[in-house]
Design a protein around this ligand. Sequence first.
Ligand SMILES: [Zn+2]
Length: 423
Amino acid sequence: MQKSLTRTIVCQLDIDEGSPRLLTQGQREARRVVNEVFRLNREGYDWDHIEDLVTDRSSHVKNTTQRLVEKAIDALERYYDEDDYGHPRQNHENEFPLRMNHGEGYALTLSDSGAVNFRITAQKRTFVRGTLQASRDQTELLQTALTDDEWRVGTAEVVWRNGRHELHINITHKTATVRSQDTSTTFIGVDVNEDNVALAAITEVGVQDSIVIEYSEIKQERHEFFTIRKRMQSVGQTAFENTMQDREKRFVHDRLHQVSRRVVEWADQFEDPVFVFEDLKDMRDSIDYGTRMNRRLHSLPFAQLQDFVTYKAAWNSIPSVKINPEYTSQECIVCGHTDRSNRKRKRFKCVSCGFQDHADRKAAVLISAKGLQELDRNVPALNNLPVVRVRRQCNGASEPPGHDPVSTVRGHQTDGDSGSVSS
Ligand SMILES: [Zn+2]
């Protein structure tokens, strides 16, 4: 079973015509439509009949109403198929997602300058127009999807997030496919940190290999950029701030692309791999923010690295799965004891059974094990780990060939607070 390669592009709306209020009203009407489907379903109407009734009364264009009915019926089907979902209830969120077909409920056009213009039909005969804003990668993808015959622009949703409207656009590659999670045999746990990414490959039989890819230069550069910007602010040179911010973004962006390419190359050596990521939704809460500086440095784009890896992996037909990140840094993989004091910086030592390891590698092993559990596989004993390899991300392409910057660290170190010592 293969899945088509689909990406969701997240865009901000730069509105020229119409107003956010119209979008909010459109979302309220979307909520009313979905609630009406739930109500009619409870009253015993069959699903085909429901669609006709609801479409007649909706002030959304027909296609948008159909997408909304579909969304409501999906929720009902999940409820009837699986016991662990509650009955879909009347929804009272004001900002209910408004789902639309491309070319109907919304339309995108590419301008000569490469900007992507949008038109959203907020309700019948009510239009909101403007320009989309997205990250460089996402904008490039969207431009490709709009011009390349291999891609199709699909449904989009108007979503309310962080106090503003966003447009989430699905684009699908017509032929590329991603292998199903169910046929995967090697689980690649990914532990993203501010100065490295740790990977562990495990199967139902045991741990195959692990590696720590370091990118401390990203942390350093970010620190430097931060200091320079602070200094400029203090002397009132705010004009340069945006330039600095762009330079920093570009730097981090390029490095993360290089790192993600290595991550996917490493995974590709194993049989039928699947990537296992921590679900970042809860992640922000688990980071111990201290000062403002800390917050600044910690805001390393975890999500962006995951995003790049997921995308590159998908092109290699490698699927991804997400797991609950709770306690991945504190839990012992040998005895299961979970304690904050198990971890001291880069060193993990279980206060209960004494097991020791490189803290980030240990987290990656636990993440892959959670991936096995997530897909109902057997989790092997995890007490026999290979040596951790540490690979430095040496300023990108500047590495001479044949000088692979890999060093090794004993998996079970007995002292030192840093597992990532090398040369
Ligand atoms: Zn233990």
